[in-house]
Ligand binder design. Structure first.
Ligand code: NAI
Ligand code: UGA
Length: 445
């Protein structure tokens, strides 16, 4: 099939590459001309495991091409995917200006019947809005379909190639038939396509993200109760996650969820509900708990140093919002760096891929190290922010040798409490008892 993807970010480029991989001819359109030029030269614009080799292979085999010419993209293909940003506006609602602008452009240049597919996460009613916007500019027939995306960064290729489900919101019988054919290679003999009306498809996406965020906020709230009452959230997680009705995933307490989607999508759902006079106490709580969680984590660091961070050096391990991505949108590291540097600390960071992005955001307020251990030199504390695998079983002797004081704040519960105690660290994690080595405390105060 001939397919065009408009927007070559995390969703658009993964979608385009994975669709080319199964034999489709894919044109990727982006209005960022520099990005298009570098993709034409085989340079991938972001880090996503497994994407680069697939991207290069499909370019070489001529199935994946790039352009900044919207008309070319629209006129060459039957199916046109929108994978455009929908960032939060000031009031928390999803900003639809990118989607509207491109819809106008499609209406202006459309030469034949097209299926326009919205993959961006958008409020209920947007499929209709896209339809009306295109209709203003053309009399040509077309369908608009809602096809929300559920992939996760870091495992995006696997999520796209082997989806749990494919949600399609449309009333058009023809579009349904085309979609079955398009997604057949990804369904592996089992019918994973769930067809519904477009409004239900649009809200399914927000409900999925809000539900996952709710699981995280729930566990973060329980972690506070565990801390107060001397229980261990990790044991509680295992104890409840083994119940199939609850499930093992998304039960990890930490410093709150980040990323380009949970924060913005839960906010957008909150706004949709409030604009439509719907009860939404639970959605509000998800947001409130998430904000409180990261604040509590930073306050613990500040109170450990008795509120005085001037002259202290604090090292952050992990800067991206989660492992295996270079994406720093709404990363907890941003809040932590902001707070600690405002309190007078010298902040040093290390991340396998995201360092340059944090550096360009913070400039002189942060130093980025090239090596995880070098980052610890003479630091007063290590904060584990993102659980990249290289931080999971580090050399604690080296850590102890490099740090000025043996203090670790672990936002991801990666280390064993007994081991930390035996090694003489002051170790503070989430929803578990604190490990306090009196000698070090004495040295610090
Ligand atoms: N990042 C993720 O893991 C997921 C994102 N989503 C949703 O998918 C949508 C896209 O998200 P991302 O891929 O993360 O965004 P992104 O910000 O990584 O990429 C968006 C791309 O669109 C391009 N663009 C902007 N205006 C354009 C225009 N007028 N014409 C052509 N290209 C244009 C940008 O240059 C950029 O390359 C959002 O609604 C998001 O909520 C859904 C599931 C997963
Ligand atoms: O709409 C989207 O963009 C995507 O948002 C999330 O994917 P993603 O943001 O890539 O990352 P997740 O793995 O979901 O993690 C999100 C945040 O939650 C945090 N998290 C996750 C799981 C957990 O148990 N605890 C926890 O704190 C992570 O550290 C991270 O900050 C969803 O998982 C995807 O299904 C969805 O398509």
């Amino acid at each position: 099939m001939k397919i065009t993807i408009i927007g070559t970010g995390y969703v658009g480029l993964v979608t385009g590459t994975c669709l080319a991989e199964t034999g489709n001819d894919v044109i990727c359109v982006d209005n960022n001309v520099e990005k298009v030029a570098s993709m034409q030269n085989g340079i991938i614009p972001f880090y996503e495991p497994g994407l680069e080799s697939m991207f290069k292979r499909n370019i070489e085999q001529g199935r994946l091409t790039f352009t900044s010419d919207l008309a070319h993209g629209v006129n060459e293909s039957l199916i046109i995917f929108l994978a455009l940003p929908t960032p939060p506006a000031e009031d928390g609602s999803a900003d639809l200006s990118y989607v509207i602008k491109v819809s106008e452009g499609i209406g202006v240049c459309m030469n034949d019947y097209k299926i326009i597919v919205n993959k961006s996460t958008v409020p209920v009613g947007t499929t209709e809005l896209v339809r009306k916007t295109i209709r203003k500019y053309t009399d040509t027939e077309f369908d608009v379909v809602s096809n929300p995306e559920f992939l996760r960064e870091g495992v995006a290729i696997n999520d796209f190639m082997k989806p749990n489900r494919i949600v399609v919101g449309t009333r058009s019988e023809y579009a349904k038939k085309v979609f079955r054919e398009l997604y057949e290679p990804y369904m592996r003999q089992s019918d994973k396509m769930i067809v519904m009306d477009e409004r239900s498809a649009e809200i399914t996406k927000y409900a999925a993200n809000a539900f996952l965020a709710a699981k995280i906020s729930f566990m973060n709230e329980i972690s506070g109760i565990c801390e107060k009452l001397g229980a261990n959230i990790e044991d509680v997680r295992k104890g409840i996650g083994t119940d199939d009705r609850i499930g093992k995933q998304f039960l990890y307490a930490g410093i709150g969820y980040g990323g380009s989607c949970f924060p913005k999508d839960v906010l957008a759902l909150n706004k949709i509900a409030s604009d439509n006079d719907c009860e939404h106490e639970m959605v509000e709580s998800i947001i409130k708990i998430n904000q409180a969680q990261r604040k509590k984590f930073v306050n613990r660091i500040k109170s450990f140093f008795r509120g005085d961070l001037a002259g202290k050096t604090i090292t952050l391990w992990g800067l991206s919002f989660k492992p295996e991505t270079d994406d720093i949108r709404e990363a907890p590291s941003i809040y932590i760096i902001d707070e600690l540097s405002a309190a007078g600390a010298r902040v040093v960071g290390y991340d396998p891929v995201a360092g340059p992005f944090i550096k360009s955001m913070f400039g002189d307020r942060v130093s980025i190290a090239d090596d995880q251990y070098e980052a610890l030199t003479d630091a007063d504390a290590l904060i584990l922010v993102t659980e990249w695998s290289c931080f999971r079983n580090p050399n604690f002797d080296t850590i102890a040798g490099k740090l000025k004081s043996k203090v670790i704040f672990d936002g991801r519960n990666q280390y064993d409490l007994i081991k930390m105690s035996e090694l003489g660290f002051n170790y503070f994690s989430v929803g578990r008892r604190s490990v306090v080595s009196n000698t070090s405390i004495h040295q610090l105060t």
